[in-house]
Design a protein around this ligand. Structure first.
Ligand SMILES: *Cc1c(COP(=O)(O)O)cnc(C)c1O
Length: 222
């Protein structure tokens, strides 16, 4: 199916409260433009350099989401450029974001990325470390946490639902508490192969790459 057909089908299928992010990593500007024509305005990238290169090719109506791991030394490049950073996963990164956004007198909107499967190969904070991060966010002046993001371990539908439910439980618990600088507006979970399970467990933001643009080809240095 074409990019257009995939988007139309997804949009028909998704509940109205779910934001669809088209994950455009490794994709060309022309492919992204095809998606924009179909009314897409949220795009996700996982590498800072690729993100910065692409942003300049589009007007400010596009909302860019940084969904990949963010190294502290790259924070300065994304200040003021992204709608949402999905990958806050340490106090160290939080402090760098606070510092860089303060220098520009801008507010960073971030999601806390949780490594719910405790997979060493994946980024995201472990649950044990979450209270300390929340405490530090409360002290910030230039960072607002808007929700939670997760990438779960590979598994079948039922296993996916179990992991997503755990994250939704945390999200709801935090939503019901009164924190400074923290509001649980977004629950970013679900990719091409698990978004149905994610939505069944309360996701309101899904990140779809291959399900929109087709299989990725990593051979050309991406
Ligand atoms: C690549 C990526 C996606 C999209 O994955 P697909 O399987 O292509 O839908 C979503 N989230 C993150 C964090 C990614 O890196």
């Amino acid at each position: 199916m074409s990019i257009s057909e995939n988007i139309i089908k997804l949009k028909e299928e998704l509940p109205k409260n779910v934001t669809l992010i088209a994950v455009s990593k490794t994709r060309s500007v022309d492919e992204i433009k095809e998606a924009v024509k179909l009314g897409m305005h949220d795009f996700g990238e996982n590498k800072v350099q690729e993100l910065i290169d692409k942003i300049d090719c589009f007007d400010s109506s596009i909302r860019w989401h940084l969904i990949g791991h963010l190294q502290t030394n790259k924070v300065k490049y994304v200040v003021g450029k992204v709608y949402l950073i999905h990958s806050l996963d340490s106090v160290k990164l939080l402090k760098e974001i606070e510092k860089r956004y303060a220098l520009n007198n801008l507010t960073a909107n971030v999601l806390i990325q949780i490594n719910i499967g405790k997979e060493e190969a994946k980024t995201g904070i472990y649950l044990d470390d979450l209270p300390e991060l929340l405490e530090e966010i409360e002290k910030c002046k230039y960072v607002k946490a808007k929700g939670i993001m997760t990438v779960i371990p590979k598994g079948n539908y039922e296993e996916n639902c179990n992991y997503f439910k755990k994250v939704n439980d945390i999200w709801l618990k935090l939503k019901n508490e009164k924190y400074t600088n923290i509001s649980m507006d977004y629950l970013s979970m679900g990719m091409t192969h698990d978004y149905k399970a994610a939505i069944s467990q309360g996701s309101n933001m899904i990140r779809i790459g291959e399900g929109i643009f087709g299989k990725r080809n990593y051979n050309n240095n991406n």
